[in-house]
Write a protein that binds this ligand. Structure first.
Ligand SMILES: *Cc1c(COP(=O)(O)O)cnc(C)c1O
Length: 242
């Protein structure tokens, strides 16, 4: 399904990323079994997912429903089992599609979205869907993410987390964030760690922290990330910014 030279490229990318994660864990005094890499395969074909799975990578991230649904079906048809993380902005009318192939939705950022996802998961799957609340690190309501320290009934982090925790077809599993453009990753992930401490006091069982991408995974690991989402460092530069 994938050419040998592409397979070699992916193997080399994987070795590099694995070494970066191991070094970052060593520097942070953490065991590298504490950090899981999710391969963000957006814009790359199903064949790359199959090749990565053969190299031992079974956690896969996608950010667009239409692309992900087709790719997940192709990968399943190839007889490969992957664990699909939906990491992109999610519209409520896409929930019914996403719950059919996703194992984890990392981008729940409003009470209304939590409700739509719960309703879709209740009818569209036979086991609960793992859900992370996406946190807005800079608190800008114009962009994605639930708002820490906000009493907003739809977008406040406390309200969103409670809605997911109370949803019968969702399992609150932790937090996800992206460092805002223009912020030093250090400052962004320090702030995220502070929010995470507060969150775990309220929801101690929800201990995933998905943070860190190709450019900043070391810093995210220093600040407690349990999952890093790696695209370009593993698969190569994407042709378009998305
Ligand atoms: C694309 C994407 C990533 C991976 O980004 P890279 O910089 O290519 O590693 C991680 N998280 C989200 C939410 C993404 O959309």
């Amino acid at each position: 399904m994938v050419r040998p030279d592409r397979r070699a490229e992916l193997a080399a990318g994987l070795a590099t990323v694995r070494a970066r994660i191991a070094d970052a864990c060593a520097d942070a005094g953490r065991d590298d079994s504490e950090v899981t890499m999710i391969a963000v395969t957006k814009t790359y074909p199903a064949g790359d997912v199959v090749a990565l799975a053969e190299l031992g990578v079974t956690e896969v991230g996608e950010n667009r429903d239409q692309e992900a649904a087709g790719k997940a079906a192709e990968v399943a048809a190839a007889g490969v089992t992957a664990r699909w993380h939906f990491v992109g902005q999610l519209q409520r009318n896409k929930c019914r599609s996403v719950v059919r192939y996703a194992d984890v939705v990392q981008s729940v950022d409003s009470v209304r979205l939590a409700g739509a996802l719960d309703a879709a998961a209740a009818t569209g799957r036979d086991r609960p869907l793992d859900a992370l609340v996406q946190v807005s690190i800079d608190g800008d309501p114009a962009r994605g993410g639930a708002l820490p320290d906000s009493a907003d009934p739809d977008r406040g982090l406390g309200a969103v987390a409670a809605a997911v925790a109370d949803a019968g077809a969702l399992r609150l599993s932790g937090l996800m964030a992206v460092a805002p453009l223009g912020w030093e990753p250090e400052r962004a992930f320090a702030r995220l760690a502070e929010v995470t401490r507060w969150f775990r006091d309220v929801h101690p069982e929800a201990n995933m922290l998905s943070a860190g991408m190709s450019g900043d995974l070391e810093i995210a690991i220093r600040y407690g990330a349990t999952h890093v989402r790696v695209g370009s460092a593993l698969l190569g530069m994407r042709p378009t910014l998305r």
